[in-house]
Design a protein. Sequence first.
Length: 173
Amino acid sequence: MSSDQTRPTLAASVEVTPKQIEKDPSVLDLIPPATRTYLVDIGAMSAPAWGAVAKTLVRKGLEPVPHIAARRLSSHAALEERLSAMVGEAGVRDVLLIAGGAGAPNGPFGSTVDVLETGLLDRYGIRRIAVAGHPEGSPDISDAAIAEALAWKAAFAERTDADMRITTQFGFD
């Protein structure tokens, strides 16, 4: 057995903004193939643009994991349009579902639970769903509310075929 065959597989991921890709697409060449590449939702992209940027990642051999920030969505139709574009253009099957830091919702979704309850992720074939973990707490939500939300999400994963995981410990350096 060669030394390459005995190395453990790394499950690291990276996060990029669509603007980083637009400004310098060669940044994607620095990411190893098949890496989960989270796409930050900064609230300024149209649904077709989300589909296009996800497709760019696929062309580079990466696995796009777009953020879906619940509180930034203006309507059910906006969520459905984004999912349709990402799945149709790039075959997205994995997302990071977050509430988003917006104080007040821009539409009907105040939390990730609201998005999960629509059934739209399932309807579009998205079965791998990451949710935010807050091991050190969050200024936006109480510790009790965090625990309650995680319990609800665990129950959701048990009663559906969703492959859910908690994503945390982001590094910004």
